[in-house]
Design a binder for this molecule. Structure first.
Ligand code: CP
Length: 314
């Protein structure tokens, strides 16, 4: 198979396992490109990509912009904070105005689950979901799984992956679960019971509330931050108690017979879900995740642009 089954990347749920393998294979080639002295290729020349960020982002926004520029696309950036959204303009009006300027692809982050899907129903451009509320963050899951594969130096099939932290408010958790299960990994979520959605067992996901047991079980531990900004209720008594029960420290890791690979999608709350010592240790692949993010996003942009060309010429 040489093309994606989808015309937009709205979530991992819509991808086939073959799509994921194709994205990884393409990302391997782009990883080689971005490590050359001349890092740019002409693959997206004459393609205009708009990065529409209605919600804050550091890594995803910069990573997409670098990926687009490495592929020689024309790039426009939009941030809601400096836009007419503040004057009451609707999402569809904002996007239609941008598309009237002949944009081919849109990378969008929005606080509403389903915003990227809504857009894909109303505009002609190819849409990439860069995070929609607490729903999905597909490129994060792809770069996480790609990084795990590289760290484990093997296929993910059969690997034990614990996702630890605030699962309830996390789009990264849901996309990771879909992606890892499609690749044949065993997935466990760990955190306070109040931060674990009730439907996890129905999805075939193991649930553990003891972080030491989760770390002892796992080949990989993907640490998630507590998303205070999405909480309208107190989900645990105090932050200090959370750190005591769920914070990953060197002491906790040193007590294990085998230390799992430590991952974090960022932004990190150092000293809360993970100490600086752990984040910067030899067990952590956090910066490799960031590097792989550019290659994965180049692959997604490239494959969707190829699909778009095919759809136009068919
Ligand atoms: N991992 C991630 O999505 O980070 P940003 O919110 O900084 O984009």
């Amino acid at each position: 198979m040489s093309d994606l089954s989808v015309s937009h990347l709205l979530g991992i749920k819509n991808l086939t396992t073959e799509d994921i393998h194709l994205i990884f294979k393409t990302a391997e080639q782009f990883k080689e490109v971005i490590n050359r002295p001349i890092k740019k290729v002409p693959s997206l020349r004459d393609i205009t990509v708009a990065n529409l960020f209605f919600e804050n982002s550091t890594r995803t926004r910069l990573s997409f912009e670098i990926a687009e520029k490495r592929l020689s696309a024309d790039v426009v950036n939009f941030s809601a904070a400096q836009s007419s959204v503040k004057k009451g303009e609707t999402l569809i009006d904002t996007v239609n105005n941008i598309l009237a300027m002949k944009v081919d692809m849109v990378v969008m982050r929005h606080s509403h689950p389903g915003a990227a899907h809504f857009l894909s129903q109303h505009v002609d451009a190819s849409i990439i979901n860069a995070g929609d509320g607490a729903h999905e963050h597909p490129t994060q899951a792809l770069l996480d799984a790609f990084s795990m594969q590289s760290a484990l130096q093997s296929d993910i099939k059969g690997a034990k992956v614990a996702i630890i932290g605030d699962i309830l408010h996390s789009r990264v958790a849901l996309s990771n679960i879909f992606c890892l299960q499609k690749l044949g990994a065993e997935v466990m979520v760990c955190g306070p019971q109040t931060l674990i959605p009730k439907h996890m067992p129905e999805m075939g996901v193991l649930v553990e509330t003891n972080v030491d047991k989760a770390l002892a079980w796992a080949d990989v531990a993907n640490m998630l931050r507590v998303q205070h900004e999405r909480m309208n209720l107190p989900y645990f008594p105090t932050l200090r108690e959370y750190v005591t029960h769920y914070g990953v420290t060197m002491e906790r890791l040193e007590a294990l017979p085998k230390v799992p690979v430590i991952m974090h999608p960022g932004p990190i709350n150092r000293g809360v879900e993970i100490t600086s010592e752990v984040a910067d240790s030899k067990h952590s692949i956090i910066l490799q995740q960031v590097e792989n993010g550019v290659a994965i996003r180049m692959a997604v942009l490239y494959l969707l642009a190829a699909k778009r060309t095919m759809n136009f010429t068919a």
